[in-house]
Design a protein. Structure first.
Length: 65
């Protein structure tokens, strides 16, 4: 789906840390966490073993998109 998983996670982490501009930057992304189709591709490739499918759902709920 061409999600920029790293950038999506970065903006989410920054927003949680209180960065007011992170939400605006996230909204400007061409593809959002809500576009994730839960295929598992990024999860299998994640060097940090993060459960990206669940995290994308969490991020989509947080940003509302």
């Amino acid at each position: 789906m061409r999600l920029n998983v790293g950038l999506i996670n970065k903006y989410y982490d920054l927003a949680l840390a209180g960065d007011e501009m992170a939400k605006g930057h996230y909204q400007k992304l061409p593809v959002h966490a809500s576009d994730c189709i839960q295929c598992g591709h990024c999860e299998r490739r994640c060097p940090f073993h993060v459960k990206q499918e669940a995290r994308m759902q969490e991020i989509a709920a947080y940003f509302g998109k």
